[in-house]
Design a protein around this ligand. Structure first.
Ligand code: ZN
Length: 193
């Protein structure tokens, strides 16, 4: 038995099977993921998750002119050979960094898992962590992530599911799965997933 887990029980903010769909929908890449961010992720986190400060994310882009060295080299080419004829400070960047963007991410804990939502205003609380670069996610099949998004829509946003049904029926996309979801009463225990 893992005693540490016993000492700090994970709070269940939403039913665990829905939290797993939430994690899948957040992790995978699929069409209309923007709708997940706007219509599911933000409202569900705001309503059910614990809010716990901010993280700062720094994304640096390396300069291509100087290959991130900050020094631009002039070459001369003769007889198929390359000769270095001079060096100067690169004019396109600062010390090899072409651009540096800082984002503030609001932190939420949902069923023991940390989620972020970018904020465009300045944070008011202390920064918990600084993240350098892109956050990488585990791999999940796009189709499974999309199905999780649809299940979440069935539970948390029926109007969104009805809108998706219209959009996707035209494209003959996930039609039977959406029809199955629409035919079910949205009470949690009625969903067979
Ligand atoms: Zn440069």
């Amino acid at each position: 038995m893992n005693t540490q887990l016993e000492l700090i029980p994970t709070v269940k903010h939403i039913p665990q099977w829905l939290a797993e769909h939430f994690n899948n929908a957040n992790t995978g890449n699929y069409r209309d993921k923007q709708l997940f961010y706007a219509e599911i992720k933000y409202p569900v986190l705001e309503k059910y998750a614990e809010k716990c400060g901010w993280d700062k994310q720094i994304i640096e882009r390396k300069c291509h002119s100087c290959s991130g060295t900050g020094v631009y080299k002039h070459y001369n080419y003769e007889f198929g050979q390359r000769y270095l004829i001079g060096e100067e400070k690169c004019w396109n960047c600062s010390k090899g960094i072409y651009s540096k963007n800082t984002f503030y991410l609001k932190r939420y804990i949902l069923n023991g898992v940390l989620y972020h939502i970018p904020q465009f205003n300045n944070p008011h609380e202390p920064i918990i962590n600084t993240i350098n670069g892109i956050i990488s996610h585990r791999e999940i099949a796009p189709e499974n992530a999309l199905k999780s998004f649809l299940v979440l829509s069935a539970v948390y946003n029926r109007q969104l599911l009805r809108d998706l049904a219209i959009m996707y029926t035209k494209k003959k996309y996930q039609t039977s799965f959406i029809q199955q979801l629409l035919s079910i009463n949205p009470r949690y225990e009625d969903l067979p997933f």
